[in-house]
Design a protein around this ligand. Structure first.
Ligand code: COA
Length: 339
């Protein structure tokens, strides 16, 4: 979809935060039957960060990432009109964005959660862009944060090796059409395959309440369940199509992009997608060896690191794609505009 509305939108600054506790593959091999060799060869992951401090929550990570981005943008929390928190591991089922708003003191901002797992950041950037282009808001804080360590079955070696905790933030701001940095997007959902990657809600048996006047069913969310092989096949087949559709709509050829920033799930997925599009491997942005799959945080965390290391230059074209539970997948193409 090409965005052709007079009001431009661009990412002004990014920030990120990870917990202190670092768990490497050696540590994991003491918990489940696995090895550093197996994990590195199959995923590219060497270590991940875990939020283990009982006093801290996803809000602490999201707040640090947000303050980091605000500082780089030379903005104050009160300048923010809207906060979109992309997360699938909130500390409140009613939503955590309100707590983030209070924690950073962004008292003028509306705040809501957006649940789309590993595609969450892409969907949140696209959502923020709509609010800017229709003139509703000027300064939007988009945060991708997840603490999937809370939802992992730590005895399941097929999933516990993959995930880590983190938060990443981006300030999306209105700008002139000439400075527009969010060029276009392409989004998809296939709900029929939702069961391939899920944190299912499981019901208990009927419970009678108060002398049998009320018969009710309650339950709880369980651990992450995933069909790794199917999710892998889905990512390498569907993500290149989404990227091509988005680039075609913008008349950009894959060879003309500067950076490919995919959701950091598996090094083999990053290379397979680049290979299918004939994109040179040295254009792949990758940091998953240090953090694993941090779900909604992975893209803003990698973007922030790439910007901090001055990899990305003014007017560089960055293709960003998220994919994961839902199943959801999608692409947003950005032209980087330095402040
Ligand atoms: N350590 C050692 N062996 C392991 C293991 C681990 N952590 N996990 C699985 N194995 C074993 C399996 O039991 C199996 O053994 P078997 O051949 O004796 O039955 C063997 O390794 C191969 O397992 P398989 O599941 O076929 O491996 P794979 O090559 O598909 O790799 C994933 C597994 C999870 C790394 C891979 O499927 C993947 O990355 N999928 C995508 C997952 C993803 O990105 N999810 C998030 C998307 S947002």
């Amino acid at each position: 979809m090409i965005l052709s509305i007079p009001q431009g939108a661009r990412i002004l600054a990014t920030g990120s935060a990870v917990p202190d506790l670092c768990i490497n593959n050696q540590h994991l091999s003491q918990i489940v039957e696995t090895s550093d060799d197996w994990i590195v060869n199959r995923t590219g992951i060497k270590e991940r960060r875990i939020l283990a401090d009982k006093e801290k929550s996803i809000i602490d990570l999201a707040s640090s990432a947000s303050m980091n981005a605000l500082q780089k943008a030379s903005m104050k929390p009160l300048d923010i009109d809207l906060i979109i928190l992309a997360t699938s591991s909130p500390n409140d089922l009613f939503g955590s964005a309100g707590q983030l708003q209070a924690s950073i003191g962004a008292h003028k901002a509306i705040a809501f959660d957006l649940t789309a797992a590993c595609s969450g950041f892409v969907l949140a950037i696209v959502t923020a862009t709509q609010f800017i282009q229709n003139g509703s808001y000027n300064n939007i804080l988009v945060v991708g944060a997840d603490v999937l360590s809370k939802w992992i079955n730590w005895t399941d070696r097929s999933t516990c090796i993959l995930f880590g905790d983190a938060a990443g933030a981006a300030i999306v701001q209105s700008c002139s059409q000439e400075d527009n940095g969010i060029l276009g997007f392409q989004l998809n959902t296939d709900g029929k395959k939702a069961y391939q990657l899920s944190i299912p809600y499981e019901q208990n048996n009927y419970k009678t309440i108060n002398n049998k006047t009320l018969k009710i069913v309650q339950g709880q969310f369980k651990h992450i369940v995933m069909n790794g092989k199917e999710v892998y096949k889905f990512a390498v087949s569907h993500v290149p199509v989404s990227i091509l559709q988005c680039l075609n709509s913008l008349n950009i050829l894959p060879k003309d992009i500067h950076w490919l920033l995919l959701h950091q799930a598996n090094e083999r997925i990053l290379h397979a997608v680049a290979n299918r599009l004939s994109i040179s491997p040295n254009k792949i942005i990758s940091n998953l060896s240090k953090y694993g799959n941090t779900s909604a945080a992975s893209i803003p965390l990698a973007l922030d690191e790439a910007l901090n290391s001055q990899k990305i230059a003014n007017n560089d074209i960055i293709v960003i794609s998220g994919f994961g539970a839902g199943l959801t997948w999608g692409t947003v193409v950005i032209k980087w505009k330095c402040k």
